[in-house]
Design a protein around this ligand. Structure first.
Ligand code: 3HC
Length: 295
């Protein structure tokens, strides 16, 4: 039987965390959104407020509803405010040491019956679960960017997850109107295992001169019906995030399809992380993105 969830803690108000917090608040949950400092927290909350205002402008939400959603989100920089959460979802930097440090601290603060969930895109769930005193109440809840729009949540069961915690996570994702797909704790789960080699292959095709970035992207949109071409998608996900996911997958499977192509490695050294840094396969400094001719 699933546990009752009323209050949700979200760690990290970045690209994924702010969206995860917004979706939970829109689904009626009280949300405590935690960031490391106030400036980063306000940036994340600002993004949520912008989305809510846009929904009101478009007539998709009433001002009253938008205010109620915003009112359910409480921002903090203090772990202590997560003590009474029923479910805590982490969406911090994709670094195992940082995640372990965070869970160890939270484990002593958050009530013992609460379920912990990681939004990791590639790290093993069990490695995080085992660092807590509640490995049976630990799952993966993997959202997709933008979390407000993408329908899927992968619900990951690791070897220690209890039936009750897994059912709680499945029902929670469904209560947010998401399609909850159960999957095993195998690096990359379902989507990234397939999507990451696809984006890497697009980078290899670009390296080999099969087409320009724009040609590769337009071809996949028009020829395969994808909403975004693979290089636009790589910029959208973040080339740094893509780089760390493929490093984890390569480490796990030792297969060439998961290896960073040299172009990606060089772009990361240059600090070209895609849309978030203003430049990647495209340059985002103008009105509309243009191809980065410096690659
Ligand atoms: N936050 C909230 N809402 C957003 C948004 C955002 N960042 N971006 C777009 N939207 C909303 C818009 O407001 C609009 O809402 P409306 O229909 O109510 O008006 C709707 O989404 C459609 O947006 P647009 O009309 O501006 O643009 P598009 O139709 O091109 O859609 C897109 C944008 C939804 C991002 C679409 O291009 C898309 O689906 N792209 C692929 C995204 C994808 O593959 N994501 C997965 C990445 S992999 C991942 O996340 C895993 C991780 O582990 C790496």
């Amino acid at each position: 039987m699933a546990q009752q969830i009323e209050k949700v803690g979200v760690l990290g108000a970045g690209l994924m965390g702010h969206g995860i917090a917004q979706v939970a608040a829109q689904s009626g949950y009280e949300v405590v959104l935690r960031e490391v400092d106030d400036a980063t927290l306000q940036k994340g909350i600002g993004r949520i407020e912008k989305q809510l205002a846009r929904a009101v402008e478009k007539g998709k939400s009433s001002q009253e509803d938008a205010d109620a959603v915003r009112g359910r989100i409480h921002g903090t920089v203090d772990y202590g405010e997560l003590a009474s959460c029923d479910l805590v979802i982490e969406a911090i930097t994709e670094s195992l040491p940082l995640k372990l440090e965070m869970w160890r601290e939270l484990d002593g603060i958050v009530k013992p019956e609460a379920v912990f969930a990681t939004n990791t895109s590639s790290l093993s769930v069990i490695d995080q679960a085992a660092a807590t005193g509640r490995p049976e109440r630990f799952v993966g809840l993997h959202y997709f960017n933008p979390a407000q729009v993408m329908k899927l949540v992968e619900v990951v069961r690791c070897v220690t997850t209890s039936d009750e915690a897994f059912e709680t996570a499945l029902q929670f994702a469904r209560s947010e109107g998401k399609l909850a797909i159960p999957t095993k704790d195998k690096a990359g789960f379902i989507v990234n295992r397939l999507l990451v080699p696809y984006m890497l292959d697009a980078i290899r095709a670009f390296e080999e001169g099969v087409g320009s970035a724009g040609e590769i992207d337009e071809a996949m949109k028009a020829g395969a019906g994808h909403p975004m071409g693979p290089l636009t998608l790589a910029d959208f996900v973040g080339l740094d995030t893509l780089g760390s996911i493929c490093d984890v997958l390569f480490e796990e499977f030792r297969e060439r399809r998961f290896a960073q192509p040299p172009t990606l490695r060089k772009m990361l050294s240059a600090g070209w992380f895609g849309r978030k840094s203003g430049i990647g396969f495209y340059d985002y400094s103008g009105e509309t993105p243009s191809e980065n001719t410096g690659i």
